[in-house]
Design a protein around this ligand. Sequence first.
Ligand SMILES: Cc1ncc(C[n+]2csc(CCOP(=O)(O)OP(=O)(O)O)c2C)c(N)n1
Length: 625
Amino acid sequence: MILDKVNYPADIKKLSLVELEELAREIRHYMLQVVSETGGHLASSLGAVELTIALHYVFNTPEDKIIWDVGHQAYSHKILTGRKEKFKTIRRFGGLSGFPKRKESPYDSYDVGHSSTSISLAVGEAAGRDLLQRDYKIVAVIGDGSLTGGMAFEGLNHLGHIGKDVIVVLNDNEQSISENVGALSRYLTEMISGSLYNTFRKKSMKFVKGIPIIGKPIFEFAYRAIASFKNFIIPGQLFEDMGLRYFGPVDGHNLSELIKIFDRVKDINSGPKLVHVLTKKGRGFVHAETDPCTFHGTGPFDIETGHSKKKGGEESFSSVVGRTLAHIAKLDDTVVAVTAAMKEGTGLAVFEDVAPDRLFDVGIAEQHAVTFSAAMASSGLKPFVSIYSTFYQRAYDQIIHDVAIMNLPVRFLIDRAGIVGDDGETHHGLFDISMFRNVPNIEFFAPSNGEELRNAIYYAWNRNDGPTAIRYPRGSSLTIGLDVTKAGSFFPGKAKILSKGKDVAIIAVGDMLGVAIKTEEILKAKGIEATVINLLSIKPLDTETIIEAIKSCRGFITMENGYINGGIGEHIYSLLPAELCVKRLFACGFPDVFVTHGTFDELLREYKLDHSSVAQRIEESLRDR
Ligand SMILES: Cc1ncc(C[n+]2csc(CCOP(=O)(O)OP(=O)(O)O)c2C)c(N)n1
């Protein structure tokens, strides 16, 4: 096995082309074995194997910087940069991260996870290199999907202006998670099909030059004609016009071609360049090639059949959202749904089946998604915009400036709120509580199960006097086959009391209610009686119920799947009269650190937020009272 002898990029520089090709096959095989067990971003990484080998072969990493965009395609990069064995632990608690991390390796230039950052990082790195008079190469690798993100345009705009020696590699597989969307994507596709132009140019020049005597003048004439013609058919004219020299398109699975073009581009020591590389998402694994969307981010699966190893069962929160909205869309043709390149993940694919002209996939463009929804709401439509909690961070100003100030009835669906598990630090949705609860005009809810979520969506549908936000976690809604054709009652500003006790009040939010109920059971066995409150409505807040519950107990705690800083616990504490403040035992939430990857249960245990730890902490705290 060639892979046995390869641990670092220096090892691949000694290999022949045939050996490099064999290495690519072995890396794919290894990646498939591991990811079929651990789950992960398989299809993107399979598509980037040759690209990664060629980059490490040609460039002198880690002195030369490879800057990955999103970083989900960087599995071969991890395998080739000293992490071959550890790769087996990818995305597991205590194991390798699924994304590049500086603390893991000097070959990981930046921590990434959110899209469209690589060009800005490359331009900043180049500014530093040049002002500090250093000498190394900088390569930003960005996918065609990530290129639809606004930041990528901002970066390109600046790069073309500042003219730094930066190489942008456009890894174009015509896929985002699902099929890529947008005018730029269409431009790239047309450009690729127009690459016939290149062949035509090469062949005709060869022919004309070959004609004796008259060959040269005709050649010059033909060249001028083609040069003016190129303005509208040359591939990459858009990038050329922005000030980047365009190279390609090149076959991203042909190592010889890749190495040749990177060698050439590396030696051009000035100005920005863009190398357009065509790859196939899921390359080398038939199931991923035919269904790259499912294998973009997959759980464990059977290699033979490609089937997921996950057992069916309770429906996810996202699926409840999709089905509920699809039903509402049938009743009300002013209802529209917006996704930022996450149609499947947010459950909105079923909405598209019902109302294809009312589902807007705007690409990886969260800021635009929110402002676009603001104007749709103003025009009289009823927009539901569904974005993962972590990606709403991109659109915070738009939420405040374009929606809340004008009090427009945009319905924000905050998917993957709280801990998301194996994607880790960059993807946990731990900020949305503090983000949304501080914005005037927004009503903000945290359902604890599918039924409450459905009811909240119906409420938001009928609420037209301001913005509504609903947060819910990744995973099970605790319901099976929920009837989404009708809603139960939903009262904003009303908390639900699930049980009454005299010792401790547990005020729980969203999915932490499950932990609260288990905590209560443990306490009961020890003779400690708890009041359990399902807060449900973060804003308006049911201060009356909360204060009454605290008054009638010896102590209280709050539980939320978010940061303690700026969280609900802090807020409730700030509202209490002084004599009740002293009853606070502690606040359950995440401390002021970035939380690593791991399962929900592992991470709760790590931060003493699991039911056993919480029960023990309550018992100890009450003992001192
Ligand atoms: C700001 C942001 N929004 C959404 C995502 C979720 N996301 C991860 S990868 C991806 C698609 C990226 O497509 P592309 O750049 O073409 O890479 P490919 O997977 O096709 O190689 C999306 C939408 C993200 N990481 N960051």
